[in-house]
Design a protein. Structure first.
Length: 227
């Protein structure tokens, strides 16, 4: 995805208005995000709520097909809809399992033979050890971070789970759009700031902007590819 700024000419009758592409995307981002009860909090996979932008989940299935991970680790289960979505893609490929971690057990989560639910903190030594035991050695691993969105927690997750990522696979940081990127400016340092700090000292990951090809993403600069 090119970082070159573009402009778009919009014609209304005899009037022409030139708009900056980034401005258009940010305006729609605000419309989508703050219409949460209509849009991203009203999105379902096989009847199960998925609190993600469908443009991002489409990218996820492209990555899963491309990488064909043996394991997908997700921090932040919530109702389990996104875990079911990814397990469904694994079903279509006849390959892969989903390990999803959350501090809360909301109950009534979708059950699927490719999903393993773990209850606990994603950064605790006990949970990390449990994940290591399940995965074993030499496996292709993809990780999606979607639990607590404060900078220090996300940075801790990045440092822990980056060690699981296999070459060519992805470490995805969700909701890097908050703290004014471009929504929820009141949030304070969050995922975006954690990404920036993590990449200062970690040169084996690069931001893959090609995964933002649909313009709107709730994970700007959050698709980190291990090179």
């Amino acid at each position: 995805m090119s970082d070159v700024k573009k402009s778009i000419t919009v014609t209304q009758g005899v009037n022409k208005v030139i708009l900056d592409e980034d401005a258009i995307v940010n305006l729609f981002h605000h419309l989508y995000y703050y219409s949460n009860k209509r849009a991203w909090e009203n999105t379902f996979w096989l009847g199960n709520p998925v609190l993600k932008c469908p443009l991002d989940t489409w990218i996820y299935q492209e990555i899963i097909y491309e990488v064909k991970p043996d394991f997908i680790i997700e921090t932040g289960t919530y109702f389990g809809g996104s875990a079911l979505f990814m397990a469904s893609i694994c079903d279509a490929l006849q390959h892969g399992e989903v390990i999803t971690i959350d501090v809360d057990d909301k109950g009534n989560k979708p059950q699927h033979p490719r999903i393993k639910y773990i209850i606990g903190s994603s950064t605790s030594k006990e949970i990390v050890a449990q994940v290591k035991q399940i995965i074993g050695e030499g496996k292709k691993v993809m990780v999606i971070l979607d639990s607590e969105h404060r900078k220090e927690h996300v940075l801790s997750e990045l440092k822990i789970y980056s060690r699981f990522i296999s070459s060519g696979s992805y470490l995805i940081v969700e909701d890097s759009n908050i703290n004014g990127h471009p929504v929820r400016p009141e949030w304070g340092p969050g995922p975006m700031e954690a990404i920036e700090e993590f990449l200062k000292d970690n040169k084996v990951f690069t931001i893959d902007r090609s995964k933002e090809k649909y313009f709107l993403t709730q994970n700007p600069k959050g698709y980190l590819k291990k090179i």
